[in-house]
Design a binder for this molecule. Structure first.
Ligand SMILES: Cc1ncc(C[n+]2csc(CCOP(=O)(O)OP(=O)(O)O)c2C)c(N)n1
Ligand SMILES: CC(=O)[C@@H](O)[C@H](O)COP(=O)(O)O
Ligand SMILES: [Mg+2]
Length: 642
């Protein structure tokens, strides 16, 4: 790994964005080159979202040279491309702490800097937030212009359309910079994506319309003629201009998002003349300026540490297969046995593993783009038609489609299968990506079956169980990263619904685990047994329907009952508490503790750090058991919030 710091004389003079506004334009292009070198050097040591950040180096310099943050509010959609912005806004010294415990967040974050006016990480929120700031300005709040930078993937989500529609209706001065690199995480899908590509293909130069006079006069001469010519071309695409103009925006573009000689005059003209919402369409290249990224299929969207010279990424230690790959292969195998099985992903075929099914059955896997709301109801429609849809969405992103889970799936009792990956703590992506709430938000729904895989073998069984479960919605959750290395069955068995399993028996403490933390629970049992404390360990497998008889027996036969889950309070432990209360278990002085994720999140911690920080290691579980044993009969639902 090369650790050489790049030579950055111009960047060294940038303490904050105000310094950019003092620089001659001729220096800004050179500055962008230095910024790109610094970015590559830093991310080679931290890992992270390199491709998207490389694509907005020039745009970040130009935006900070023209607008005046933090008075002007610059809002990055998703925020994964914000590393150049962070370097330019006084965080260069900390950029090598990116995505680490107590380090810089990998996304924009209000608490981190005044130059981050709005946090992000879930996509397609920037235009809504920018419109909020614009209204604040117009109603006298101390805020300047609002600028949303949104990618071609993020703008394809319904929420972005809602915001464009409302902003066009409001007619307030607002800037939307469409960062169109013709990539999402995977190649983009959807009609919006092909629409944008058509414009890009037909439009070598900027096209100006209602801002034409102003902009063209502000443009360098060679472009002026082209802009006039381009205008005729674009107006041919639709009757009266672009989709964005139909929504009430002035449209400028498409322009080359890496050419400072286009970016600066267009942004300055827009800033000088805009009286309403303006959309500036910038065409960029994801991974721009770093050959290993540009030539990679995924444009180095998310990378581990890498060697700058070769682009070779540090390999994860060889070990157990990831839960994701186990799920993807198990799903493909089930699909081979049942032609009614289909799969839905929201722009994350590789991240969710459904790409493994797509390799074998491409016509039965549907990538709906960044559109979780649509994806859930689309799956509900397929279930209603008689198909067996597996809706594969990360826990945190399923939150985006929750009303559809309730309204279109649960209340209609439709047999949609939810494959919930990244359930629990996720590490470097931090709080916005933690899969903390799905147990609570699903177990409260009528007719839902909710499972959690204790290891990869259990995951294979749960895929088979979900495939066979046709009487209502069913969900199974599993964590990010590698499995335990347990031997996997050749074919999954259909599990008895609502039944848990005993793994060991002991007289004093019962540990009831739900999900992939079972390994920690078994390790804790070994430690406690060494102290002469008898420990039973059970795997609940189901949070709904709960195995009430198992839970009651554990409560009856032990002095302490611990529940352990990779989820926030209000999930599995609460379901158990309700069941025990219903059965009158508490009047025997049972001490019960719920080991859950703390209510503050683990920012950018490594897997080892995050469970230590969360108080969920085997040692923590032991401590909780000893505390409960010594504390005798209080009934205290103890979350390990510190
Ligand atoms: C609601 C939601 N769903 C999915 C994701 C995962 N995700 C992060 S970035 C991304 C692609 C964004 O594409 P685009 O907006 O074009 O940005 P680019 O990476 O091309 O710069 C996706 C799907 C997310 N952050 N939020
Ligand atoms: C920015 C974003 O939301 C995605 O890139 C996310 O970081 C992917 O998470 P995984 O790395 O767990 O697939
Ligand atoms: Mg993109």
């Amino acid at each position: 790994m090369t650790k050489d710091l790049p030579n950055t004389p111009l960047l060294d003079r940038v303490a904050g964005p105000a310094d950019l506004r003092q620089m001659p334009d001729s220096d800004l292009t050179a500055l962008a080159g230095e910024l790109r070198a610094e970015l590559i050097s830093a991310v080679s040591q931290t890992g992270g979202h390199l491709g998207s950040s490389l694509g907005v180096v020039e745009l970040s310099v130009a935006l900070h040279a023209v607008f005046n943050t933090p008075m002007d509010k610059l809002i990055w959609d998703v925020g994964h491309q914000c590393y150049p912005h962070k370097i330019l806004t006084g965080r260069r010294e900390r950029i090598r702490t990116l995505r680490q415990k107590d380090g810089l967040s990998g996304f924009t974050k209000r608490a981190e800097s005044a130059h981050d006016p709005f946090g992000a990480a879930h996509s397609s929120t920037s235009i809504s937030a920018a419109l909020g700031f614009a209204v604040g300005r117009d109603m006298g709040q101390a805020t300047g212009d609002a600028i949303a930078v949104i990618g071609d993937g993020a703008i394809s989500a319904g929420m972005a359309y809602e915001a464009l529609n409302n902003a066009g209706h409001e007619g307030r001065r607002l800037f939307v910079i469409l960062n169109d690199n013709e990539m999402s995480i995977a190649p983009p899908v959807g009609a919006m994506s092909s629409y944008l590509s058509r414009m890009y293909a037909n439009e070598p130069l900027a096209k100006m319309r209602s801002l034409a006079e102003g902009f063209e006069s502000a443009m360098p001469a060679p472009m002026r003629e082209g802009a006039k010519r381009a205008r005729q071309l674009v107006s041919g695409i639709t009757a009266s201009g672009t989709l964005f103009e139909e929504l009430g925006f002035d449209y400028a573009g498409p322009i080359d998002g890496h050419d400072m000689n286009q970016l600066l005059p267009v942004l300055r003209a827009a800033r000088a003349r805009a009286t309403g919402p303006v959309l500036i369409h910038c065409c960029t290249v994801k991974g721009k300026g770093y050959q290993p990224a540009e030539s990679s299929a995924d444009k180095y969207h998310g990378v581990s540490k890498f060697d700058v010279e070769t682009g070779t990424q540090a390999k994860a230690k060889p070990g157990a297969p990831s839960y994701t790959s186990v799920f993807g292969n198990a799903l493909a195998d089930e699909a081979a046995r049942d032609p009614d099985i289909v799969a839905v992903t929201a722009a994350m075929p590789d991240g969710t593993g459904v790409s493994k099914m797509a390799e074998r059955f491409p016509s039965r896997v549907f990538d709906v783009g960044i559109a979780e709301q649509h994806g859930v109801t689309f799956a509900a429609g397929m279930a209603a038609s008689g198909l067996k849809p597996f809706c594969a969405i990360y826990s945190t992103f399923l939150q985006r489609g929750y009303d559809q889970v309730v309204h279109d799936v649960a209340l209609q009792g439709l047999p949609v299968r939810f494959a919930i990956d990244r359930a629990g703590l996720v590490g470097a992506d931090g709080a916005t990506h933690a899969g903390a709430f799905d147990i609570g938000y699903l177990t409260s729904l009528p007719g839902f079956t909710v499972m959690a895989a204790a290891d990869e073998a259990e995951l294979v069984h749960m895929v088979a169980t979900a495939a066979a479960h046709d009487v209502g919605p069913i969900a199974f959750r599993f964590p990010r990263g590698a499995g335990t290395g347990v031997e996997r069955p050749g074919r999954g068995e259909v599990l008895p619904i609502g039944k848990g399993r005993m793994l060991r028996e002991g007289a004093d403490v019962a540990i009831l685990s739900f999900g992939a933390h079972l390994s920690e629970c078994l390790a804790a049992a070994d430690m406690l047994e060494a102290e002469g404390i008898g420990v039973s360990v059970a795997d609940a497998r189901f949070a709904k329907p709960l195995d009430g008889d198992l839970v009651a027996a554990l409560a009856r036969d032990h002095r302490v009952l611990l529940t352990v889950e990779q989820g926030a309070e209000g999930g599995f432990g609460s379901v158990v508490m309700h069941e025990l209360a219903r059965r009158g278990a508490f009047d025997r002085g049972l001490a019960i503790r719920n080991v859950t994720l703390p209510d503050r999140f683990i920012e950018q911690a490594s897997p080892a750090e995050m469970y230590a920080d969360a108080g969920m290691t085997a040692l923590d579980i032991c401590e909780t058991a000893r505390n409960a044993l010594s504390g005798g009969g209080q009934v205290v639902p103890l979350s390990l919030a510190k």
